[in-house]
Design a binder for this molecule. Structure first.
Ligand SMILES: Cc1cc2nc3c(=O)[nH]c(=O)nc-3n(C[C@H](O)[C@H](O)[C@H](O)COP(=O)(O)OP(=O)(O)OC[C@H]3O[C@@H](n4cnc5c(N)ncnc54)[C@H](O)[C@@H]3O)c2cc1C
Length: 87
């Protein structure tokens, strides 16, 4: 099964975790993120100014995506979705 997730925000990241937990065989998961950082806790973003670091706010490090076989493409916004051709 090939799944492409557009957007590496809080919801996109949680979706990946849920999908992985299903243990689907031969899952090919690709995630496109417009931003250059992996998904972070946007809700607590203001705590960055109170001393939290990027690492503190990051939901899962890039290494987590690698370890789970997810093809994470950051800084790579999707421009168009061709539903008929599935591209
Ligand atoms: C000012 C503000 C205050 C908030 N305060 C709270 C709060 O106190 N508590 C609370 O629970 N919630 C709060 N929220 C809401 C919370 O931030 C959102 O509910 C949450 O971020 C939604 O997560 P999401 O993953 O759906 O979307 P987002 O966090 O918006 O993530 C979407 C991601 O997709 C990326 N993206 C978009 N288009 C493309 C594309 N074409 N290709 C690739 N990537 C793309 C974006 O860059 C982004 O990284 C607040 C929101 C705002 C704006």
């Amino acid at each position: 099964m090939k799944v492409v997730v557009i957007g590496n925000g809080m919801v996109g990241q949680k979706f990946c975790e849920k999908l992985l937990s299903k243990g689907i065989p031969d899952l090919q998961l690709t995630v496109f993120g417009e931003e250059t950082l992996a998904a972070y806790d946007r809700v607590h973003l203001s705590s960055y100014f109170a001393g939290k670091t990027v690492e503190d706010l990051t939901l899962q490090p890039v290494k987590w995506y690698e370890e789970n076989g997810i093809d994470l493409r950051l800084g790579d916004p999707v421009q168009e979705v061709d539903r008929l051709k599935k591209r």
